[in-house]
Design a protein around this ligand. Structure first.
Ligand code: IMP
Length: 186
């Protein structure tokens, strides 16, 4: 079976390829822009995006809307994570967190999967904290400033380890459970 991963982010594609290889599902990268509705709800962004993609005649695909939600910043950057990453970047987030004691944060990843005419939407979470400095060169986005274990950032661990604990890895586990329940994978 083949699923398209619709994203402009090659880092996400690498993580999906790794997660789905054991199930024998091939992931094909497709860059297809779609509107991201302005809402504070990742699932709504995904659901509306999927309507638009299906209306364009594309089927059997995955879309993923993710974000970093920082407790002390009342959930910012959250659904505005892509914009924050492009504008203030990791250094900007660290600056906002200067002198802040509560460094708790979580990554959330909502995956929408269109498969054999069915739609499955799941959300995975990974709790952790914001480091005081950037560290590591693996991964992408906010990985150098997020740690799940208080020791290493996501940019300091291999992709396999990130997939075991990350928001995306957790969402993939939920998705695979749903696919199995529906008999869509073995
Ligand atoms: P989007 O889901 O592509 O809109 O991503 C939102 C923003 O969050 C982008 O700037 C990503 O780089 C960032 N992001 C999403 N997932 C991750 C991750 O696993 N690690 C680090 N940054 C992420």
């Amino acid at each position: 079976m083949k699923l398209k991963v619709i994203t402009s982010n090659p880092g996400k594609v690498a993580e999906y390829r790794r997660s789905f290889s054991d199930l024998g599902i091939e992931m094909e990268h497709l860059r297809l822009p779609y509107d991201e509705v302005q809402t504070s709800d990742l699932e709504e962004v995904v659901d509306k995006g999927m309507d638009e993609i299906v209306a364009k005649g594309v089927r059997n695909f995955i879309v993923d809307d993710s974000g970093l939600f920082v407790d002390a910043l009342k959930g910012f950057p959250g659904v505005w994570s892509a914009y924050a990453q492009k504008t203030i970047g990791n250094k900007g987030v660290l600056k906002l967190m200067e002198g802040v004691k509560d460094r708790g944060a979580e990554f959330r990843c909502c995956i929408g999967c269109d498969i054999e005419g069915q739609r499955i939407i799941v959300t995975g979470v990974c709790k952790g904290s914001i480091t005081k400095a950037e560290s590591g060169s693996e991964g992408f986005g906010f990985d150098p400033i997020f740690t799940h274990d208080g020791k290493r950032t996501f940019a300091e661990i291999p992709i396999e380890e990130k997939n075991e604990v990350s928001h995306r890895g957790n969402a993939v586990k939920l998705l695979i459970e749903e696919l199995k329940k529906k008999g869509l994978v073995g």
